[in-house]
Design a protein around this ligand. Structure first.
Ligand SMILES: Nc1ncnc2c1ncn2[C@@H]1O[C@H](COP(=O)(O)OP(=O)(O)OP(=O)(O)O)[C@@H](O)[C@H]1O
Ligand SMILES: [Mg+2]
Length: 353
């Protein structure tokens, strides 16, 4: 039984003070404490790590970036007591920091077939990657031309169909090709999605939701649309920040642009108010038919308020030939890639406008 003492003034009874700790032990404990404080400070620094730089492709291609979760046990104690509202604001501010990369999602559209949507998607994407941008290609066409152009066989692989049906996560459908491109492929199965999802509430937003899972990891997402104003096109426009209209300078190619513009406006009004048309790309410009081509371009200029990119893509045999070798024009014939190179510069500049 420890001895107790009575305080003569208060009459209270108490135990004697604990034995004094020898100075050596105090020094040891102080050292331990300061080492722990240093460790905690390091941990806090890790938590406050900034979001990845905008122009850098994902560092480890096989490893998906995981949101940084501060561990409550190791979080540095605040110096002053936080008010309740400050504490509630904290996670929101941190998530804002993580999503600083603004991903431009561009849908390459025209319901007219054969105008060069797929060709432009492949080569614009390649040009952007050469400028250090990270790019995700999305094949939203059941014909799977973009998928074929990358030399991908979809057998046994997840495609956009599985993604839209929510049978797999978006990351599980991304294929990484040997030249470092990332693509969500498509094949004929996509045609079934339209019928199977006909009664799905909010079906026009399925692609938007799917791409939101990975958007922060890329600078650009390029969606190659089919030649129809169908469910995949409406989904692409609902997911996109920008629409890029591809036309051939000929009467029939231009004819449908007004209908396309109406569709874009309807999507903008009803489901995606951040959608804007960045402009019209003139593809397959034929220098031998210069006068006729100019006439068609003038007619586009007079009919539509949209910006026309000044870099026309000429009709060049190597551009048509490159997908046959599973190459983009920069790889297949760099000399013929200058039109795409300057178009890519214009597209990058258009971000600010
Ligand atoms: N600038 C160009 N020079 C030469 N050939 C081109 C050019 N652009 C596209 N082509 C060729 O035109 C054809 C149609 O191009 P592409 O498949 O890209 O059009 P699309 O709009 O995607 O067609 P679809 O609507 O059927 O998906 C292809 O054979 C392609 O190689
Ligand atoms: Mg196509």
């Amino acid at each position: 039984m420890p001895r107790t003492y009575t305080n003569r003034i208060t009459g209270a009874r108490h135990r004697p003070a604990r034995k004094a700790v020898p100075p050596k032990k105090v020094a040891e404990e102080t050292e331990k404490k300061s080492a722990k404080a240093e460790e905690d400070a390091k941990e806090a620094k890790k938590i406050a790590r900034p979001a990845p730089a905008i122009n850098q492709p994902p560092k480890d291609e096989n490893k998906k970036a995981e949101p940084i979760k501060p561990s409550p046990a190791k979080e540095e104690k605040p110096l002053k007591k936080e008010s309740k509202s400050e504490a509630n604001e904290k996670p929101q501010k941190e998530s804002q920091k993580e999503s600083t990369r603004v991903t431009r999602i561009i849908a390459l559209v025209n319901q007219k077939g054969g105008v060069g949507k797929t060709t432009c998607a492949m080569n614009i994407g390649a040009g952007l990657m050469r400028k250090g941008k990270s790019v995700l290609f999305v094949d939203a066409d059941q014909q799977g031309s973009l998928t074929l152009g990358f030399g991908i066989d979809t057998k046994g692989k997840n495609t956009l169909y599985e993604v839209l049906k929510e049978n797999c996560k978006t990351t599980d459908a991304i294929i990484k090709t040997s030249n470092g491109s990332h693509i969500i492929p498509s094949d004929l199965m996509l045609a079934r999605a339209e019928a199977e999802l006909a009664l799905e509430p909010g079906r026009d937003m399925l692609m938007s939701e799917a791409l939101a899972q990975v958007a922060g990891e890329y600078d650009y997402i390029l969606i190659d649309c089919p030649p129809a104003l169908s469910m995949p096109t409406v989904n692409a426009l609902s997911a996109a920040t920008e629409a890029l209209i591809i036309v051939k300078p000929e009467f029939y190619s231009i004819k449908g642009v007004d209908l396309l513009e109406k569709t874009i406006q309807a999507v903008k009004k009803r489901v995606n108010n951040k959608l804007r048309t960045i402009g019209i790309v003139i593809n397959m410009y034929d220098a031998r038919r210069k006068a006729q081509n100019q006439k068609e371009i003038e007619s586009i200029r007079n009919s539509f308020k949209e910006h026309i990119f000044s870099s026309y893509i000429r009709n060049v045999a190597s551009v048509a030939g490159s997908p046959g070798s599973f190459q983009n024009i920069f790889e297949f014939k760099p000399k013929d890639a200058e039109d795409f190179e300057s178009l890519v510069d214009e597209i990058i500049e258009a971000e600010e406008k």
